[in-house]
Design a protein around this ligand. Structure first.
Ligand code: ADP
Ligand code: ADP
Length: 224
């Protein structure tokens, strides 16, 4: 079968991580989320983490050169031969160009870019109630997707926390940065015929069904 090389795009809080949890099970492809990788680097106080933290705390993008290498290494992961799911990368046109060049150099290409659309006021509601587990970053929402026991992850029993950057001022800043730096990628990928749009205001299950159906069709078309 043809590999599935996928990018998840959308504003913070659109539900990219929520959908990624489901898609990883459907398609058994590795998942690379730059936000998770960067948060782990901050937690472990690595060189990268020390450089990235101030940008992340302010809700700004970490410089391209720090982020691109992280993803390039992972494209060469043997597990990624049959495809991958990128979340949170690329986030600038520069990053998209670097990704394109890196894939071309490996005789590979993207299969599709999945955009999850959600309006700004919904982003604010979602991020202010988001909780993630400390162990595996499983995602919950205090109102829309509450865990069975407060502050405990249903899946691995670890503690749920609120991310430092899910505070109102930082959420607003992240939205501004999204509209300025990342949203132009929607048109960029549309021009290349890769874009698939999804209405992120539907329930997580509906969004998931829609994405799964689109990917199944893409795979069928690739085999015709
Ligand atoms: P969300 O899940 O809310 O969309 P992420 O977890 O993807 O947010 O990202 C958290 C933060 O990590 C961003 O605000 C930014 O500072 C940094 N970051 C993540 N991915 C990138 C990237 N591709 N380029 C630059 N900064 C990034
Ligand atoms: P992203 O990775 O795009 O930043 P998340 O998957 O972390 O987004 O979702 C942000 C918050 O919104 C989480 O608290 C999650 O539980 C909640 N959420 C995700 N998808 C939906 C949805 N379709 N409807 C309502 N809430 C959702």
């Amino acid at each position: 079968m043809k590999p599935l090389n996928l990018v998840l795009l959308g504003p913070p809080g659109a539900g990219k991580g929520t959908q990624a949890e489901r898609l990883r099970e459907d398609f058994e492809i590795p998942y690379f989320a730059t936000g998770d990788i960067l948060r782990a680097a901050v937690r472990d106080a690595t060189d990268l983490g020390r450089k990235a933290q101030a940008y992340m705390d302010r809700g700004e993008l970490v410089p391209d050169e720090l982020v691109c290498d992280l993803i390039m290494e992972r494209l060469d992961d043997p597990d990624a031969r049959d495809g991958f799911l990128l979340d949170g990368f690329p986030r600038t046109v520069r990053q998209a160009e670097v990704l394109d060049d890196a894939l071309a150099a490996r005789d590979r290409e993207l299969t599709a870019v999945l955009v999850i659309d959600v309006p700004d006021d919904e982003v604010v509601r979602r991020l202010s109630g988001r909780r993630i587990c400390v162990k595996n970053q499983h995602v919950y929402h205090v109102e829309f997707d509450p865990p069975k026991n407060p502050d405990v992850c249903d899946q691995d029993g670890s503690r749920l926390i609120q991310r430092d950057d899910d505070k109102p001022e930082t959420i607003r800043r992240r939205l501004e940065v999204y509209h300025r730096e990342t949203e132009p990628l929607v048109a960029w990928y549309e021009q290349r015929g890769l874009l698939r749009r999804f209405d992120g205001t539907r329930s997580p299950d509906e969004v998931h069904r829609h994405i799964r159906a689109t990917l199944a069709t893409l795979r069928l078309e690739a085999e015709l």
